[in-house]
Design a protein around this ligand. Structure first.
Ligand code: BES
Ligand code: MN
Ligand code: ZN
Length: 489
């Protein structure tokens, strides 16, 4: 569906040709494209400003029905994200106009001071991700996605980077899979249903799958995880997905928070704060989708995904505030607040993975705290780590993929805030300040000497309003980020 080709624009019969235009510099080599831009720039309504667009029809110079010119703004402001957005917007506009395909011209990388593969990758990502609509539950599926997206480049580039579209497609399919899982309503993804869905797709991707059922979780004493699941009618599970490579030297473990709905439990959330809580399994969705993409792309590292799946509900069986449970690690935890449930399922999954698989690196993804959203807003994730090099690698991948991450502190002395009078730890802090940090510190008590990073994705996992290449709902945040990290750590 994504193609990279070179064509003779004079002759090729094209429905829609899209051209990115820089406001203050020529960024194309092709003479014909230059002429088209010159023509458009003469119009009052178009000068290449960011997000400005104009459509010209039936021009004599080309055999394209319509030529869409999309402004990128000034040269100094053009980066990968500007290109990703431009491609995404072009595709969403085409969908709106009920078109079925598009040809997007790739600008000259050196003229915008970027590398060729970086330009290609960003544009292909924006286009592929923009070409998705979550309309599974709509009766009349009014909008139809494009069935073909073509990128126009020189023959030399097509020859050299011909394999890129299929790689980008696999990663973006992972992002879209995660988006769909997150957008699915909680009644359609109870722990039992979500477990089945993940397991069936993982098996199709030929991952090794290991499921710990409620019975096994009880036998193996996953006390913290089970305490969260206690109030729900749907049984919990821990799903472990394994990608193993012969001769690989390193094992990276990923753990993703899979709370299919977070009502808060007996510490019930208010109506407005409960509203978005179907997305509380976004970490799980990202980890599962990443493993599926990893298997398809045959990554060279051993990668393990551990996904604890529960629903946090109030009931006569539910865990009470003040209850004390024994975690898988053996440490006891006082549950000061049943709404701080994410950290409880994560510690058991993390301890299990460390004990059983002894990974060199462990990364967890979780919609863990509202406090992280207060700190960083809705678009940036918080990274907490016991290893600065690992944190830096994550922040760097975040810059490249535009799944942005900010390195946050893990101050040792704040650990005092998690003291309990009766148990080894309390699951909530004794102060309301620094909630994202104390949540991360709680997790840090269970990682032993493993190189570990925690990514709090409470903000960027979900959007209520469409962006350039993501509709309202789950964003799939984490898949592109993690896929980029494996090659660096
Ligand atoms: N799932 C929430 C965190 C969250 C909040 C995610 C908003 C996305 C948007 C988490 O389980 C939670 O309830 N955290 C509490 C922790 C508190 C009880 C210590 C919070 O942030 O208020
Ligand atoms: Mn909660
Ligand atoms: Zn939660």
């Amino acid at each position: 569906m994504l193609h990279l080709t070179s064509v003779d624009l004079k002759k090729a019969k094209i429905e829609t040709l899209a051209i990115p235009v820089c406001e203050d510099k020529d960024i194309h080599d092709d003479k014909l494209i230059k002429a088209l831009i010159k023509k458009a720039m003469k119009l009052k309504e178009f000068n290449g400003k960011k997000d400005q667009g104009v459509t010209l029809y039936d021009l004599p110079d080309v055999n394209a029905r319509r030529v869409v010119l999309q402004g990128l703004g000034k040269l100094e402001k053009i980066d990968c994200e500007a290109l990703r957005s431009m491609a995404g917007k072009t595709v969403t506009e085409c969908i709106k106009n009920e078109l079925s395909n598009v040809w997007i011209v790739v600008p000259e990388a050196k003229k915008i001071n970027l590398e060729i593969p970086v330009v290609l990758e960003a544009m292909q990502e924006g286009a592929y991700l923009g070409n998705h609509i979550f309309d599974k539950y709509k009766g009349d599926k009014k909008k139809k996605v494009l069935n073909q997206i073509n990128f126009v480049a020189s023959p030399a580039i097509v020859k050299k980077f011909g394999r890129l579209p299929s790689q980008v497609t696999t990663v973006c399919q992972g992002t879209i899979l995660a988006r769909e899982w997150v957008s699915t309503p909680s009644n359609e993804k109870t722990p039992v249903k979500l477990t089945r869905s993940i397991v069936s797709l993982a098996k199709k991707a030929r991952l090794k799958v290991h499921i710990l059922t409620e019975k096994e979780l009880k036998q193996k004493k996953f006390g913290a995880l089970l305490a969260v699941a206690a109030g729900s009618q749907s049984k919990p599970s821990l799903v472990v997905l394994q990608h193993t490579v012969k001769g690989a030297k390193k094992t990276v473990a990923l753990v993703g928070k899979g709370v299919t709905f977070d009502s808060g439990g007996l510490n019930l959330k208010t109506g407005s704060s409960m509203a978005g809580m179907k997305a509380d399994m976004s970490g799980a969705a990202a980890v599962a989708a990443t493993l599926i993409s990893v298997a398809k792309l045959k990554k060279k590292t051993n990668i393990i995904g551990a996904i604890p799946i529960v629903e946090n509900m109030p009931s006569g069986m539910a865990t009470r505030p003040g209850d004390i449970v024994k975690s898988f690690s053996g440490k006891s935890v006082e549950i000061g607040n049943t709404d701080a449930e994410g950290r409880l399922i994560l510690i058991d999954a993390m301890s299990y993975v460390i004990k059983k698989y002894k990974p060199q690196i462990l990364i967890d993804l979780a919609t863990l705290t509202g406090a992280c959203m207060v700190a960083l807003g809705e678009k940036i994730a918080g990274v907490f780590s016991n290893d600065d090099t690992l944190a830096r690698a994550i922040v760097e991948s975040g810059e490249k993929t535009q799944e942005r991450c900010w390195h946050m502190p893990l101050p040792d002395d704040y650990k005092d805030l998690l003291k309990s009078d009766f148990a080894d730890l309390n699951n909530i802090s004794s102060t309301r300040w620094g909630g994202a940090i104390t949540a991360a510190l709680f997790l840090s008590e269970f990682v032993e000497d493993t190189r570990w990073a925690h990514i709090d994705i409470a903000g960027p996992a979900y959007i209520n309003k469409a962006s350039a290449y993501c509709g309202p709902g789950g964003t799939g945040f984490g898949v592109r980020l993690l896929m980029d990290i494996f090659d660096k750590i």
